[in-house]
Design a protein around this ligand. Structure first.
Ligand code: ZN
Length: 321
């Protein structure tokens, strides 16, 4: 059976593994990276891949290609990593660099687009030509598959749906310059923004914010909301309504038969049920396979996504040859 290497670059950590064409992970190794710009990230990616091949290896198998899932904007056609974000933009020919260094065909994709391709290969998207995958974790973004094709956009910037308003007014400024984007309300970052913004109105909250180091723990917010904490209830209600409206907006946009959700915010069954209860039957009537949580293991979703990119792009190149 053919195998592929997947490399999931998540910003502060990196996971490399060998995956077969059924989506089974044969081996993997984790690396930490710290804060990076594109230049340092590429050096870390090359060093880690070299280490993986030396220390873990692939036995007598020769993986057909390596796929890399990256944060930021990625030109999948030219194999160019365009930017991490506006402040970290230094386009580079990463796929060619990997090919020149390791002699292995290399394909790149953004992390959420990769996860969407993994759904298409091995997840809920297997039997659907029209589905939407929405990742609701630290940030919010989506991959839309329409008539079997993942929408990339004219600048590989499609799917940044976290920066849309969803009928929830918290008065929170988003990093993109707009106010009340769904990412600023319902992502991991959004819960943190809103908790800090709204806390002065709810002095009785048990959520510790003033002394908090790092971001608010969303699991703690869910637990306190279920105990009647008013601030946490507002945070949860706003986020659930925002996510439900986002889902319904995307359903109106591309008419999917399946909506797949991934990411830490929605993997909690109580939160997922709350979001489901806010979906309108009339709007959702053609989503015949329903709104479902990804069945791919969240700890390896990025790795599977990267391997799925290698597998599908490699098959496409062979078909075109
Ligand atoms: Zn925004």
């Amino acid at each position: 059976m053919h195998t592929f290497l997947g490399l999931d670059f998540g910003g502060t950590k990196l996971l490399i593994g060998e995956v077969d064409s059924t989506g089974k992970i044969l081996s993997h190794k984790r690396y930490t990276t710290g804060y990076v710009n594109q230049h340092s990230a590429i050096e870390i990616i090359k060093a880690s891949l070299g280490d993986f091949l030396r220390t873990v290896g692939t036995g007598d198998r020769m993986p057909l290609a390596v796929g890399i899932g990256l944060i930021g904007r990625v030109d999948t056609r030219q194999g160019r990593w365009l930017q991490i974000d506006l402040d970290r933009s230094n386009p580079s020919d990463l796929a060619h660099e990997i090919y020149n260094t390791f002699g292995m065909p290399c394909y790149l994709a953004n992390d959420v687009k990769s996860a969407t391709i993994a759904e298409q290969c091995w997840g809920h998207g297997r039997n659907s030509d029209n589905f939407v995958y929405i990742n609701i974790g630290t940030g919010i973004a989506a991959g839309t598959v329409s008539d079997g094709r993942l929408i990339a956009g004219s600048h590989f910037n499609a799917g940044e749906v976290g920066h849309t308003q969803v009928g929830v007014s918290a008065g929170v400024r988003c990093g993109c310059g707009r106010t009340d984007c769904v990412e600023a309300i319902a992502s991991g970052i959004g819960f943190d923004y809103c908790a800090r913004l709204l806390a002065p109105k709810y002095p009785d909250t048990a959520l510790e914010i003033d002394t908090l180091v790092g971001r608010v723990d969303v699991r703690k917010v869910y637990a306190l909301a279920q105990q009647g904490d008013r601030l946490c209830n507002v945070l949860v209600e706003n986020a659930a309504r925002g996510i439900a409206n986002l889902i319904m907006n995307l359903v109106r946009m591309s008419d999917p038969d399946t909506v797949v959700l991934g990411g830490g915010i929605v993997s909690d069954p109580w939160m997922f049920a709350k979001i489901q209860s806010m979906l309108h039957a009339h709007t959702m009537r053609f989503v015949t396979n329903g709104v479902v949580i990804t069945e791919l293991n969240p700890a390896y979703a990025g790795l599977l996504g990267a391997a799925a990119v290698a597998m599908t792009q490699n098959a496409k190149i062979l078909a075109e040859a």
